[in-house]
Ligand binder design. Structure first.
Ligand code: PRX
Length: 609
C-alpha cells in the first residue's frame, strides 16, 4: 500500500509548484494554441494590444462609458438593466433561463425593467430605505435575479446567500448584517423559521412561490406574487450615489466568523470594464457564467458585468453535470463561457468523448477563476473544446478581475496573467514594505483605489484597515511575478481553505464541530485534493465517555453539513487524544498541517508541553 502522507506531500508540492514546472509535452502541445487567436467568429478582441491599453486606458476612461443616473448619481441596476431597456436594446434577450428540469424562459431587458420596478416599489412599500440590507436565499430562478436588481433599485444593499446554506450559515450572516428583508422560497422556509427568533431586525420575509403550491404564510412572511400583483410598475429608482453601499458578500478569514465585504455602486465601472476586456463580451455574444450569485463571481459576472455591457446571458438553475452543461452550451449556442477549475477538472474526468457528443462549435472564448488552473486543464480544453481556458484572478474584496489572461495575448499555462489596465499589482516582502524583484515569492498586493475595491468589512473597520499598508491592499495570497510581468499563484498566506473555489474559514467549521456533544476540541485544515484543490480535514479530540468510531465520524460530518453547507463539512476526520496547542490555548493548525503532509514542523517553541 502506498504511504498516504507521502502521496499527499507530493500532491501538495505539485499543487504549489506545478505552475512553473510545466512538463515538456504540455509545453509542446501548448505551442499549437494560436497566439492572439481572434476566435471562430473572427471578432477583434476588445483588448487587442495589452501594452497600449495599459498606457492609454484607466478607470476614468471606463467610467466615461457608464451612463450614470439621468438626474446625477449612479445605480448598478440602472446600468445593468434600465439603460438598455430605455434604449435600443429593450427587446433584446437579457436572460435565457434554463430550469433544472429543462424548462426555458426568456426575459428581455424591458421585461426585467418592468419586473424589477414592480419589486423595487414593493420593497419601498415594506419600508426598505437606502442602505438597508436585503438578502436573497433561493435557487437560481429568474426571481433571484429580479430580486437582486430590485434591491439595488430601491437603494438597498443586496446580499445573495447560497440556497444550500444551513441554519447557522444563514443566521450568522443575517444577524451580523442586521438584515431587514429576506427573499426566499418554500424550499428554504423551514430553515428560515428555525433561525427567526434570533433575528429581531428582520421585519419581512418575502416568499417566492414559483410553483404556486397552496401554502400558509408564517409570522413576518408575505407572498411575492401578491406583492408583485399589487405593486406599481412605474420606474422606481432611488437616487443613489457612487459611494453608497450596493452589495454585501460574506467571505471567510482565518479567524472569526465570515465578514461582510461591502461594495458600492461605483463598483459597476469595474464590472463593466473587465467584462468587456477580459471576458471580451461583444453585443452579439450569448454568455454563460456557471457561478451562483452567492459567490461574488455570480454577482459581478453573472449579473452586473454582462448586463452592463448589454449582453444576453444564460442562467442554468441546476448543478454540475458534464452532459447537462454541454447540453446548455449547445441549446443556447453559448459563445463566451466563464467557469472554475474544479468544474473544468470534472469535465476532464468525464472525458473527451462526453464533449464530442455535443455541438459546442458556438463557443469562441472561455475563462476560469477561483483556484489555480493547472496547465493540464488549459491543454485539455484546447484539445477537447478547441479553445484554451483563460485564467484570471480576483477576490470578493477586489470586486472585479484584477489579473488576467486576455484573448489577444499568449497564455502561459499555469499563470494567472497580467494586471488589468488601471490595476497596479506587485509582490511585497515578508514585512509588506519592499517590492520584490521578478522571480521572488512574496505577498501579492494591489495599489489601493480601483472603483470596485471593497469599502469596508461590515462593522469591522479596524480589520479592514489592517488589510492595507502604505497604500497597498495586501491580498492574503502569496505569488511571484516573472520577467514578462505575468503573475504566478503560490498559495494562501493564511489558514483559509479553498475547496472547489469556495473559501472556507477553519474557525467557522471548528465552531460548528464543537457544538456536537461528543467533540471536546477541533482543529481544521485543508488537505490537497486532485479535483477540488483542497478538501477539509478535521482533527478532533473527544469528550470523556465517547469512543472513536466510523459511525461517530459519519454522524459528525452530517452534523456540520446540515448546520453550515455542503462545501464546509470535513470530508476526513481523525480522532486524536488531544490537539497541539500554544501555551495560550490556541490550536496550532499549522502544526496539524505540517504533520499531516509530512512537512517540516517549523517553530514549535510556543507549543504547550
Ligand atoms: O486565493 C485566491 C483564490 O481565491 C481567493 C479569492 O476567493 P474569493 O474571495 O471567494 O473570490 C472568488 C472570486 C474570484 C484568492 O485570494 N483564487 C481566485 N482566483 C484564483 C485563485 N487562486 C489561484 N488562481 C486563480 N486564478
Amino acid at each position: 500500500m502506498q504511504d498516504n502522507k507521502a502521496l499527499r506531500r507530493r500532491s501538495a508540492q505539485g499543487l504549489e509548484h506545478s505552475k512553473d514546472r510545466v512538463p515538456n509535452e504540455v509545453k509542446m502541445q501548448y505551442e499549437t494554441i494560436r497566439k492572439g487567436d481572434p476566435g471562430r467568429w473572427g471578432l477583434r478582441p476588445n483588448l487587442a494590444d495589452y501594452a497600449r491599453a495599459r498606457q492609454e486606458l484607466g478607470w476614468e476612461a471606463f467610467a466615461a462609458e457608464i451612463s450614470g443616473l439621468p438626474g446625477g448619481g449612479l445605480n448598478i441596476a440602472y446600468e445593468a438593466i434600465d439603460r438598455h431597456a430605455l434604449g435600443q436594446n429593450k427587446d433584446k434577450a437579457a436572460l435565457y433561463w434554463e430550469g433544472a428540469a429543462g424548462e426555458s424562459e426568456r426575459y428581455s431587458f424591458a421585461d426585467l425593467f418592468n419586473l424589477t420596478n414592480r419589486l423595487a416599489n414593493a420593497l419601498r412599500g415594506l419600508g426598505v430605505k437606502k442602505g438597508d440590507r436585503v438578502f436573497t436565499y433561493m435557487d437560481r430562478t429568474p426571481e433571484l435575479y429580479i430580486a437582486l436588481l430590485a434591491i439595488a433599485k430601491a437603494g438597498g444593499v443586496l446580499g445573495p446567500l447560497f440556497s444550500a446554506f444551513g441554519p447557522d450559515a444563514v443566521r450568522d450572516r443575517l444577524a451580523d448584517s442586521g438584515a431587514k428583508v429576506l427573499i426566499t422560497t418554500p424550499k428554504q422556509i423551514k430553515i428560515v423559521r428555525q433561525v427567526l427568533a434570533g433575528l429581531p431586525e428582520l421585519t419581512t420575509i418575502i416568499v417566492v412561490n414559483r410553483k404556486g403550491a397552496a401554502r400558509e404564510l408564517g409570522p413576518r412572511e408575505v407572498s411575492y406574487e401578491e406583492l408583485m400583483a399589487e405593486a406599481a410598475q412605474a420606474p422606481a429608482l432611488e437616487p443613489t450615489g457612487p459611494e453608497d453601499f450596493a452589495i454585501v458578500h460574506y467571505t471567510s478569514g482565518t479567524t472569526g466568523k465570515p465578514k461582510g465585504v461591502m461594495h458600492v455602486h461605483q463598483a459597476i465601472v469595474g464590472h463593466y470594464a473587465t467584462a468587456k476586456l477580459v471576458l471580451d463580451l461583444h453585443p452579439e455574444d450569448i454568455y454563460w457564467c456557471t457561478a451562483d450569485p452567492g459567490w461574488v463571481t455570480g454577482t459581478s459576472y453573472g449579473i452586473f458585468g454582462p448586463w452592463s455591457n448589454g449582453v444576453s446571458q444564460v442562467v442554468f438553475e441546476g448543478g454540475f453535470g458534464a452532459g447537462r452543461w454541454y447540453q446548455v452550451i449547445e441549446k443556447y449556442k453559448v459563445t463566451v463561457w466563464y467557469s472554475a477549475p474544479t468544474a473544468i477538472r470534472l469535465l476532464m474526468k468525464a472525458g473527451d468523448q462526453a464533449a464530442k457528443k455535443y455541438d459546442l462549435s458556438s463557443l469562441r472564448y472561455i475563462c476560469s477563476v477561483g483556484e489555480p488552473l493547472n496547465p493540464e486543464a488549459v491543454v485539455w480544453s484546447q484539445k477537447a473544446l478547441g479553445l484554451p481556458f483563460h485564467d484570471n484572478w480576483w477576490q470578493t474584496e477586489t470586486g472585479c478581475i484584477q489579473i488576467a489572461n486576455y484573448p489577444a495575448q499568449d497564455i502561459k499555462p499555469g499563470s494567472m496573467g497580467r494586471p488589468f489596465p488601471g490595476v497596479t499589482a506587485t509582490i511585497l516582502d515578508e514585512a509588506c514594505e519592499k517590492e520584490l524583484a521578478p522571480g521572488q515569492e512574496g505577498h501579492l498586493a494591489l495599489k489601493a483605489g480601483w472603483p470596485s475595491m471593497f469599502r469596508t468589512y461590515w462593522n469591522r473597520q479596524d480589520y479592514y484597515e489592517s488589510r492595507f499598508t502604505n497604500g497597498w491592499y495586501i491580498t492574503g495570497d502569496r505569488a511571484r511575478m516573472d520577467q514578462d510581468g505575468y503573475f504566478w499563484f503560490v498559495g494562501r498566506a493564511d489558514d483559509v481553505i479553498n475547496t472547489a473555489g469556495h473559501l472556507v474559514g477553519p474557525f467557522e467549521v471548528e465552531s460548528a464541530l464543537i457544538e456536537h456533544p461528543a467533540v471536546a476540541e477541533a482543529g481544521v485544515i485543508g488537505i490537497p485534493d486532485p479535483i477540488a484543490m483542497e478538501v477539509i480535514k478535521a482533527f478532533i479530540s473527544l469528550k470523556d465517555g465517547y469512543q472513536p468510531s466510523e459511525e461517530l465520524k459519519k454522524e459528525i460530518k452530517q452534523f456540520v453539513r446540515k448546520k453550515l453547507h455542503a462545501l464546509a463539512f470535513p470530508r476526513e476526520i481523525e480522532f486524536l487524544p488531544s490537539l497541539p496547542k500554544t501555551r495560550s490555548g490556541k490550536i496550532m493548525r499549522r502544526l496539524l498541517k505540517a504533520r499531516e503532509l509530512g512537512l517540516p514542523e517549523g517553530d514549535t517553541s510556543t507549543l504547550e508541553e
